[in-house]
Design a protein around this ligand. Structure first.
Ligand code: F6P
Length: 319
């Protein structure tokens, strides 16, 4: 069996761990592993190379992805299907493992399946916003990364009073990352794109936290509408110094955590087994805390929302 590994969309910590586990496992059973450089666009332009344990194992714990990714929507082109099928046939590829986020699993995986290409999808994104799975690869590492900033802010906030700290996480237009980090950090306020808030409430709450604790910590997702100007707005509303930290893409390049490495190992094993069993379309998901194979696509699963209960507890608790 010859499998092609493809990374599409935003990279995520743990992708290299999957590549390494899969390559070692498949090779040990006499199968061959190839990788596309440059995502789907890379396949179309023939950027396909063989992966060996010796090549990929040193990458297992690195952030990012050895296989270059791409966000180019090349499958929309009219000739895409023919080119893709031809490129796969040219390299003797039997099946594909597609590592990607919401867009990739929602739009690319169904197309491959429709075009008769056997494909196992692996949900990899720091955003944890894929319907049908409780945990995506990279989310835990991205949360861990944020605590470096959280701990630093708490230390300086305690030492020098009368400041409001805003900490912006990635997360696209979703708030799963921000909510999880705010909860773990004991933030005084969390803002996520999915839920609205009132400016007067926000200003009052931050002022109250500063007068009670000497500082206030607000965690927000980059997708919150007012995020670009929020720090200045809060200063205007409260007349308290605001210090703004944005994790940015450094968060996506976080070192893979233990939990993500363990999930990566499960993903590799489950995907390999599924392909060996001849499954044509599947997705590795986490349900009730257990990594497992979902036979088929994740289409049709209702979009999840960040926990309203946790959101209300963070923003409602008297601290
Ligand atoms: O991959 C998800 C993500 O990292 C989001 O959290 C973020 O908003 C987005 O990708 C950034 O995308 P780009 O790297 O294209 O700027």
């Amino acid at each position: 069996m010859r499998t092609l590994l493809v990374v599409s969309g935003g990279d995520a910590p743990g992708i290299n761990t999957v590549l390494a586990h899969y390559t070692v496992l498949a090779t040990a059973h006499g199968d061959e592993v190839y990788g596309a450089q440059g995502g789907l666009a890379g396949i179309l332009s023939g950027q396909i190379e063989q992966l060996t344990p010796a090549l990929i194992t040193p990458w297992a714990g690195q952030s990012g992805s050895y296989l270059l990714s791409s966000r180019d929507p090349v499958l929309k082109q009219t000739e895409a299907r023919e080119q893709l099928v031809e490129a796969l046939a040219h390299h003797g590829i039997d099946n594909v493992i597609l590592l990607g986020g919401d867009g990739t699993l929602r739009y690319v995986a169904p197309l491959l399946s429709e075009w008769g290409i056997a494909c196992i999808g692996l949900p990899t994104t720091i955003d944890n916003d894929i319907a049908g799975t409780e945990q995506t690869l990279g989310f835990d590492s991205a949360c861990n990364y944020a605590y470096q900033a959280v701990d630093g802010i708490l230390a300086t906030g305690h030492a020098l009073h009368n400041r409001i700290f805003t900490l912006e996480t990635l997360g696209g237009n979703t708030g799963f990352l921000a909510l999880e980090i705010a909860w773990g950090a004991g933030a005084h306020v969390v803002l996520v794109p999915e839920y609205t808030y009132d400016n007067d409430w926000l200003a009052e709450r931050l002022k109250r936290m500063v007068s009670k604790h000497g500082y206030a910590l607000l965690v927000l997702s980059e997708g919150v509408l007012a995020s670009r100007t929020l720090a200045e707005d809060i200063f205007r509303w409260t007349n308290i110094r605001v210090r703004d930290t944005r994790l940015g893409h450094a968060q996506r390049g976080a070192r893979p955590s233990h939990s993500d490495r363990a999930l990566a190992a499960h993903m590799a094993r489950l995907a390999y087994q599924a392909l060996r069993d001849g499954l044509r379309t599947g997705t590795v998901v986490v349900r009730q805390g257990k990594p497992q194979l979902h036979e088929g696509l994740l289409q049709g699963y209702p979009t999840r929302l960040p926990s309203r209960d946790i959101y209300d507890q963070i923003n409602g608790d008297e601290r």
